[in-house]
Write a protein that binds this ligand. Sequence first.
Ligand SMILES: Nc1ncnc2c1ncn2[C@@H]1O[C@H](COP(=O)(O)OP(=O)(O)OP(=O)(O)O)[C@@H](O)[C@H]1O
Ligand SMILES: [Mg+2]
Length: 461
Amino acid sequence: MKNSIKSSIIISNLCIVVIAYITTLALSSNITEIISIKNLLLLLIYILISVVLNSIISNLITIPLKKITRNMNIVASGKLHEPKHLEEYVKFLEIQDLVNEYRKMMALINKNSFDLNGQKSKTEIILEHMADGVVAFNISKKVIHINKSALRLLELKDVDYTFDKILQKLKINLEFDKIMYLPNYKSIETKVTVGSNNLNIVFVPFFSDKLSPMGVIMMVRNITENVKLDNLRKEFVSNVSHELKTPLTSIKGYSETIMNGDLTYKEILKFSKVINQEANRMDRLVADLLQLSRFDYKKVSWKKMMFSLDTLAKGVCEKMKYQADQKHHKLECIVTVKPPDVYADRDAIEQVIMNIVSNSIKYTKDGGNIKIYIGSVNNNAYFKVVDNGIGIPEKDLDRIFERFYRVDKARTRQMGGTGLGLSIVKEMVEGNNGTIQISSKVNQGTEVVVTLPTKINATNK
Ligand SMILES: Nc1ncnc2c1ncn2[C@@H]1O[C@H](COP(=O)(O)OP(=O)(O)OP(=O)(O)O)[C@@H](O)[C@H]1O
Ligand SMILES: [Mg+2]
């Protein structure tokens, strides 16, 4: 059983007083004096004085101890606390030493806990603002931390999840223990699809100071863009091979037929014509690909200059007349408002207009109407090519500027199209600080609007 300092001091001093009283009187060897009223009264007074004095002394010791205990309780409850007014209660050197040591210890705890809190909040901010998702599970598979990116990427509504529930949702067949007891610095990686996102997920165990496993960290990275780019690359290679294979097959077939002999001059001429056509097609395709590759590697240097857009458009109209006449189209060039001179690469813009007009000629049934309007809006010059052709379905409009994208592959290939024209046009327009928009209705026609910077805007840049 433990006693308080105060009661111990009082009891021990009381004992001393009583023993002193009895011994003093015993020495006088008069037993009647020991129990005489006068001496008992004296004993009572001694006792009272001793209790009061002991109480004062014990308070001087216990009050600072109680204050220190209270301060320690506050610290133990997790609050940072600076002990105040302790010195006021200290009356003994030994207690002063204790208070000094206590202050030193508190200063150290406060500093460590400040550093720790700083570190914690820094880690929390980094985790919260990371594009990658991070989920931490404790040894009993419960989520102990999950950041916003993880909730978003894994499409989780709340944080009340366990390892098993999350893996079940992601359809990943993996045991917690298998990750927990992975050899040092090893991880398990897997790929899943959640909604429209492709995710790469890495599982690693984390350890305590003594290297015993404490749980599992799950890192989630959105790799949708990489997958998309990878698919585009694959699609591109497949498209190029296909586009080259078709004319090559014809060239091979016809040249073999010619080589086999037994053909009339007329037949040889006819087959040679086909070979020439297919070779030209391959030539065009390779030229287009080289042009796109120059855009990709930023190897194109624009020869920008001021020029009149309406004069250029009228020139293109003249040049395309023959092609339009072949299909009995009516091709017109109309200047609605004479625009200020544009600042761009003249040859590139000529190619842009030709490409767009050539599409209108190709994708409009014989006897169609194709108009090139030239005008000005908000100090920008624009031209608009409008046809009443076959049009483009709405679902294809978003993809029309993609390389090799064609609405009807088989049909457009027959017309000689490779699906690279509009992607080159877009690169050229944007490279000259212009914009391009396309709108269309199936069986009604298509409208392509291109705006270009003018002298006024160009000098502002
Ligand atoms: N004016 C238009 N009317 C209807 N469809 C069009 C029109 N312009 C383009 N398209 C559609 O958009 C597709 C892509 O056009 P783009 O100019 O890029 O390629 P292309 O004409 O097939 O080949 P290229 O221009 O390389 O010879 C075309 O295949 C066609 O389906
Ligand atoms: Mg085209």
